[in-house]
Design a protein around this ligand. Structure first.
Ligand SMILES: [Zn+2]
Length: 445
């Protein structure tokens, strides 16, 4: 009888997981994100006058020094509200005058880091970043008013709010909430934290970089509080010549680790926030422009940029002024706090889902050359209750087909010809949370 019950229980669990079990805690997280608190934080940040990387660090009310101390005080407050669940610290690097044209004097580039340690895998990190610094028309003008309300107080406020909400839960993997500095002067903060992560042997699952998540009125005339973009590069810049060569024969041109992370955020949003319209953008960043996920990509880590879909260039990197009847400047009035709340929720549920998911299988091999079926094998993952095989048409951006195959380490997809699809494997945890999909990194015959 007992055996029967256990078998039934296991079967029921597997069926739930297979169906794509929804975790009610994810809906609680969405409901807990507050537009009011995000508005208060963006307002506070904008009111530091300027947060330019080279601005004043002594004043308590103006400049980047005051801003970063305030951000740290927020993380400290959140931590004391959860019995010290966050480890909060400044991570800094000295950048010397002339390092590039935008560093006109020696400056400490100081990031504010808050780590919520994972219970099972404290050394595995999923990171949400925003930026502390702001700029006006002249990138080296560090004294003029530069509220940077959307660019990027919105992303910074989102990271603080995500910490408030997620610190009420405990996760298996570590979650990092970070304010990066030096973005406008040359992506220095991201470079610094990526180097810090390398030096400390962090296993980074991925970086969700938020840069401008508060504007809904585009320069293109489109107004949408539902569209947003997820930028990801196709394959890592650190790949080897051998990997590049193998791609010609086995595929993977659009299946790098950052792209899988982008698909993960896309899928999680579609599942839990179907009112939103995530757009997978198949490029590192906007045309010729940059953001703080890039230094992490440069270091070989998965990283994506989450941002509004419809930008307004009269409100970015501009001196505050009126010209030909157009009001220029990145001021508070243009930020839609409700939209920033939605994109913060998108981040929070993605962080939570990955935070609760088991690691992805580190090795996935594929076979089925000149055979009627595709075969997959992978290394077992500790803590996984099963695995899901994903596949899609070679022209599709999303993993459209899937099959839960239970707690095994190999499977055959009968009648699915290897030539006609792309394949991947994800590990599934007990609450149904999935690892990012792993594209096969080995071939067998
Ligand atoms: Zn900017």
């Amino acid at each position: 009888m007992r055996k029967f019950l256990l078998a039934t229980l296991v079967a029921t669990t597997l069926i739930c997981v297979a169906k794509g079990q929804q975790d009610p805690r994810i809906y609680d997280i969405i409901d807990s994100v507050s537009a009011t608190r995000i508005e208060a934080d963006i307002t506070k940040l904008a009111n530091f006058g300027t947060r330019h990387t080279l601005s004043d660090t002594i004043s308590e009310t103006r400049g980047i020094g005051a801003a970063r101390r305030w951000i740290k005080s927020q993380f400290d407050q959140i931590s004391s509200d959860c019995n010290g669940c966050l480890e909060v610290f400044f991570q800094k690097d000295l950048i010397r005058e002339g390092d590039n044209k935008r560093i006109v004097k020696d400056v400490w580039v100081v990031n504010v880091v808050a780590i919520q340690k994972g219970r099972k895998h404290p050394n595995r990190f999923i990171i949400m970043s925003g930026d502390i610094d702001s700029r006006v028309s002249d990138p080296n003008n560090y004294t003029s008013d530069s509220p940077g309300a959307n660019d990027n107080a919105s992303g910074m406020a989102g990271a603080i709010e995500a910490a408030r909400v997620l610190s009420k839960h405990q996760f298996d993997n570590s979650i990092v909430y970070v304010g990066l500095s030096g973005e406008e002067q040359g992506l220095y903060g991201g470079k610094g934290l990526a180097a810090y992560a390398k030096a400390n042997n962090w296993e980074i699952i991925g970086v969700l970089n938020n840069d401008m998540i508060g504007n809904i009125k585009g320069v293109d005339g489109v107004v949408s509080n539902r569209d947003f973009r997820i930028f990801s590069e196709p394959v890592p810049p650190t790949e080897t010549e051998e990997e590049r060569r193998a791609r010609r024969f086995y595929g993977g041109e659009v299946d790098g680790i950052s792209r899988q992370l982008a698909r993960y955020v896309h899928k999680t949003t579609k599942e839990y926030m179907p009112e939103m319209n995530p757009m997978l953008i198949y490029r590192l960043d906007r045309f010729g422009r940059g953001g703080h996920h890039r230094p992490f990509n440069d270091a070989g880590y998965a990283g994506i940029r989450i941002m509004e879909a419809h930008e307004n260039y009269t409100q970015q990197h501009q001196d505050i002024r009126v010209e030909n009847g157009i009001a220029y400047g990145d001021v508070l009035e243009h930020v839609d706090f409700e939209y920033a709340r939605k994109l913060t929720a998108v981040n929070a549920i993605s962080l939570a889902s990955i935070g609760w998911a088991p690691p992805a299988p580190n090795e996935v091999s594929i076979g089925g050359v000149v055979e009627p079926s595709t075969r997959l094998k992978w290394n077992p993952v500790e803590g996984a209750v099963g695995y899901k095989i994903y596949w899609r048409d070679t022209t599709s951006p999303t993993w459209d087909h899937s099959r839960f195959v239970g707690n095994v380490t190999e499977t055959t997809l009968e009648g699915i010809v290897i030539d006609n699809y792309l394949f991947g494997v994800a590990a599934i945890g007990k609450d149904g949370h999935e690892s990012p999909v792993v594209f096969p990194n080995k071939v067998f015959r």
